[in-house]
Design a protein around this ligand. Structure first.
Ligand SMILES: O=C(O)c1cccc(O)c1O
Ligand SMILES: [Fe+2]
Length: 286
């Protein structure tokens, strides 16, 4: 069994790195952590980077998850290989570009690009936001799934994710005590459905709502509150149509051994207990 420790980073292709940098620094509130030939590194917490824009096709989207050590990585490679997933062993140069010791790449059953990494770098300097959005860190991703039931089995039975709750057939899955690190969302093709950063307080969520509105950044859902994790949230869209979420107050699962996933209906009230409706997001809006 592959044991995921945490989500590490997202890599997003973008045809326009300048526009991506502008959005990430002046709207989202990330910190530039440097740039390579065709890479823009961004920080949101103590890690050396949690988001990397790389020049290219915006359909190239990758999520990296941390595993314990080199031996776990080799075990993971064998497990995936035996299950018929083509495994790419990251080269030294590729690992350097990801600021990790080593990694492997593969595709989940939907075709999402996933990387497993060992020893992702942290920074000795504290994260210093380019705009004070109140970000405390990169926390979870929504992943497209062409078959959520099949993909839930992959993430839970092969990667040791645990289902915290379900909305319809969408599982919210954890890999540690945090309510969820991976949410699957039904979609016709692979891709990252949203990228979540935690913020410090509800005030930050609402402040950003007004700030982003002023900046003409499209708000696609919220401000609202998820009945599942309990988090107050705001979703808005960024470069290349990527959706970003701020949220605060995500529950932790107190007792790993006894927690049973709750089933919520696939309806608006399951996504927002305050009555906010998604606009331009693949969620039930009526
Ligand atoms: O936080 C949640 O519970 C949640 C629920 C549905 C969709 C999401 O993106 C979430 O983060
Ligand atoms: Fe989310």
């Amino acid at each position: 069994m592959i044991q995921l420790k945490d989500v590490s980073y997202v890599r997003l292709g973008s045809p326009d790195l300048e526009q991506a940098e502008q959005f990430a620094t002046t709207c989202l509130g990330l910190q530039i952590a440097g740039s390579g030939k065709a890479d823009l590194y961004l920080r949101s917490d103590a890690r050396a980077h949690t988001l990397c824009y790389t020049e290219g096709d915006p359909r190239r989207q990758t999520v990296g998850f941390e595993v314990e050590d080199e031996a776990s990585l080799q075990d993971a490679a064998s497990t995936l290989d035996a299950l018929g997933h083509a495994v790419h062993a990251g080269t030294a140069e590729e690992a350097e570009r990801r600021k990790v010791k080593s990694f492997i790449g593969f595709r989940d059953p939907t075709g999402n690009h996933i990387e497993l990494v060992v020893r992702p770098e942290r920074s000795g300097r504290r994260y210093f936001a380019s705009r004070d959005a109140g970000i405390t860190g990169f926390s979870h991703v929504g992943l497209n799934s062409t078959d959520p039931a099949r993909d839930e089995l992959f993430w839970t039975q092969v990667c040791n994710a645990r289902v915290s709750d379900r909305i319809g057939d969408i599982p919210l899955m954890r890999v540690n005590a945090i309510h969820h690190t991976i949410a699957l969302v039904r979609a016709p093709q692979a891709g990252i459905q949203h990228i979540n950063h935690q913020v410090e307080s509800s005030d930050d969520v609402l402040r950003s709502y007004y700030f982003l509105n002023d900046k003409r950044v499209p708000i696609v859902f919220g401000p609202g509150r998820h009945p599942t994790s309990g988090a107050r949230f705001l979703y808005f869209s960024g470069p290349d149509g990527m959706i970003f979420e701020y949220s605060v107050g995500v529950d932790e699962i107190e007792d790993e051994a006894t927690h049973r996933p709750r089933q919520f209906g696939f309806e608006p009230a399951s996504f927002c207990m305050w009555g906010s409706r998604p606009a331009g997001m693949a969620l039930p809006s009526t």
